[in-house]
Ligand binder design. Structure first.
Ligand code: MEV
Length: 373
């Protein structure tokens, strides 16, 4: 059981406690005069270390993906036990080791650009030579599945660089650096993911502002990976193009998603999972209308409902990736996960939301199918 803290009080969920070795001193160097980075908030220096460590967690969007880009609210749940970690040490030449690419930093392929952006941006702020480090990345967050892999990896890199430099960043400073990488990864980014991977509690997020969501009862969710990738940039571009052609209709959909999101905030606050499920169901149809669902996502959503979920929808940017379902209880979670697996889901997780705390059981709820990373 994890106990949540209000957003902003906790700068991360790093089990390694990367700040544990710091001798905190308020006489730190003035490296944060840039207003983008929070104007010196949390300017705390510590001892530089030989190997800098950082980590951040995944997230799942309960409601409001895509509409959040147009100013509507969204609700996001942190997935504390899905983690991206980074370790970094000074070296003669730049080198990166990761599941997605291993080799010289200078020869990294395009899909590593967001990571390189977070490395360069944070290194520049923290007086570290970005071309003279060895960076090792590990992650249990599936890549391109809408669970926050890119933002969590960037946050882990930023924290590792700060740890190496002996500087403790505030949540605001980390967010600003991660957001630079998110803009590279997604083109247009609302900032939701960059906040979610740092938050210990569920958040309602709108126009750059996160607030903690009140939860009155236990809610159980199943997440299922369709085993297909979805590019956030392509999905966000697709919605933007649709809006260019049908602005009135798309704006109406955004408004409907905004109303559903606030209805879910209310339903969480009164402990009504059936009502949450109904809103999720409607949201999936609206997202499908925006063109970001896929046959694989629709099949997994239908299987979840058939097996007794109160509601299910795609989560994240769509075009592939994951489905999130709200279910009556833990027992039903197993049945729903099995039904989702039967129609092609490659792995599932169960998460539960309880009053004032949030828990993710890492044990898969169903057999893992084909390996897809
Ligand atoms: C991606 O996780 C969420 C989107 O709404 C994009 C964004 O908020 O930047 C699709």
């Amino acid at each position: 059981m994890r106990h949540g803290a209000p957003h902003g009080d906790v700068s991360g969920s790093n089990p390694q406690r990367i700040d544990a070795g710091y001798e905190q001193s308020l006489t730190g160097r003035d490296r944060f005069a840039d207003p983008l980075l929070g104007g010196g908030v949390g300017k705390v220096a510590g001892n530089a270390v030989e190997t800098g460590l950082g980590s951040a967690h995944g997230k799942t969007i309960l409601l409001g993906e895509h509409s959040v880009v147009y100013g509507a609210p969204a609700i996001v749940l942190p997935l504390l036990d899905l983690q991206a970690t980074a370790s970094i040490r000074r070296a003669r030449r730049g080198y990166i080791t990761s599941d997605l690419y291993t080799g010289p930093l200078g020869a990294a392929p395009a899909h590593m650009q967001p990571v390189l952006t977070s490395l360069r941006a944070s290194a520049e702020q923290l007086d570290v030579r970005a071309d003279r480090v060895e960076l090792t990345l590990r992650s249990t967050i599936p890549f391109e599945r809408g669970l926050g892999s890119s933002a969590a990896t960037s946050a882990a890199v930023v924290r590792a660089v700060a740890n190496l430099a002996g500087v403790r960043l505030s949540a605001t400073q980390t967010h600003a650096l991660v957001q630079q990488a998110e803009q590279v990864a997604h083109g247009t980014s609302s900032g939701l993911d960059a906040h979610a991977v740092q938050s210990m509690t569920p958040l309602r997020f709108q126009q750059g502002k996160p607030t903690t969501v009140k939860v009155a009862d236990k809610f159980t969710f199943v997440i299922a990976d369709t085993g297909t990738s979805g590019s956030t940039a392509a999905a966000v571009d697709g919605v933007s193009m649709l809006r260019d052609i049908q602005s009135r209709v798309v704006d109406r959909v955004v408004e409907d998603l905004a109303n559903l999101t606030d209805d879910v905030v209310y339903s969480l606050g009164i402990g009504d999972p059936i009502r949450v499920g109904q809103s999720m169901h409607e949201a999936h149809s609206l997202l499908a209308y925006l063109g970001v669902s896929s046959p694989a996502l629709d099949a997994v959503v239908a299987a979840a409902l058939e097996a007794g979920a109160y509601g299910a929808k795609l989560t994240g940017s769509g075009l592939g990736g994951c489905v999130l379902a709200v279910v009556p209880d833990q027992e039903q979670a197993g049945d729903v996960a099995a039904a989702m697996t039967a129609v092609g889901a490659t792995r599932t997780w169960t998460t539960s939301l309880t009053p004032n705390n949030f828990e993710l059981m890492t044990a898969p709820t169903a057999r893992v199918g084909k390996e897809d990373r």
